[in-house]
Design a protein around this ligand. Structure first.
Ligand code: SF4
Ligand code: FES
Length: 248
């Protein structure tokens, strides 16, 4: 495949960015989207030009580092896959592909296609943990009965990889799907009950402080989420928040 790429280039956080056109040739359908960008970067480096900066780590759909807005969609046209797992067979010879960073006020651009998603870390630090008594009287986690449906829902919520596609997909740049997944994975389990009240209040408060927008139930986040995180988590977080506010 020969493709035209229209890529967002931005020197640093304070510089103005712009779309720059590139041509890539000989792209195979079995290549991943990131491998296609590797081909472009090797060519740029061999010509003495600056390679395009983009985030990646595992390239296995696990870490949540890759984060590209491809033809206007976070992680591109495929469903339930991250950018690193998106294959070039989803495109056709001669296509023009727009590649931009995830856009949100709370995700400032670092360089080119790389954004700073540390706002998610700070939401996690505000309450995404449990405290366990390790004094010697610790109860084995496996000895605490958990309803199977709750265990399944908690596990599904815990599959969120913190990629930020939900924010990039949302017209309000809301982080409700991410935050609700992190709240839900504990709210559904007995181990998460001790700090439940403080957790939901602190995480929602941090989410607001970071400058993410409000949820207006559009549902774009759920559609673009590579891990299929359900909107039910947002409803659960709202219930948890209401309960905690009434206690507080
Ligand atoms: S909810 Fe989905 S889209 Fe949002 S950060 Fe988690 S995995 Fe990514
Ligand atoms: S590079 Fe880790 S999920 Fe894509």
């Amino acid at each position: 495949m020969n493709l035209t790429l229209k890529i967002w280039r931005q020197k640093d956080a304070t510089s103005q960015g712009k779309i720059v056109d590139y041509q890539v040739k000989g792209i195979e359908g079995d290549m991943s989207f990131l491998e296609m960008l590797d081909v472009l970067n090797e060519e740029l480096i061999s010509k003495g030009e600056e390679p395009v900066v983009f985030d990646h780590d595992c390239r296995e759909g696990i870490c949540g580092a890759c984060s590209l807005q491809i033809n206007g969609e976070p992680h591109g046209p495929d469903r339930l896959v991250t950018t690193c797992q998106l294959h070039m067979r989803k495109f056709n010879d001669g296509d023009t592909i727009y590649i931009e960073p995830f856009r949100a006020k709370a995700f400032p651009v670092v360089k080119d296609l790389m954004v700073d998603r540390s706002a998610f870390d700070r939401i996690q630090h505000a309450g995404g943990y449990i405290s366990v008594n390790t004094s010697g009287n610790t109860i084995d986690a496996n000895a605490i009965p958990v309803n199977k449906d709750d265990a399944d829902d908690a596990f599904a919520a815990a599959t969120c990889i913190g990629c930020g596609a939900c924010v990039a997909a949302c017209k309000n740049a809301s982080a409700m799907l991410f935050t609700s997944a992190k709240v839900s994975q504990f709210a559904l389990l007995p181990q998460g009950q001790v700090e439940a009240t403080d957790r939901v209040l602190a995480m929602v408060n941090q989410m607001d402080e970071e400058g993410f927008g409000n949820c207006t139930n559009t549902g774009a986040c759920e559609i673009e989420c590579p891990k299929g995180i359900s909107l039910e988590n947002i409803a659960r977080m709202n219930r948890e928040y209401l309960k905690a506010s009434m206690k507080g």
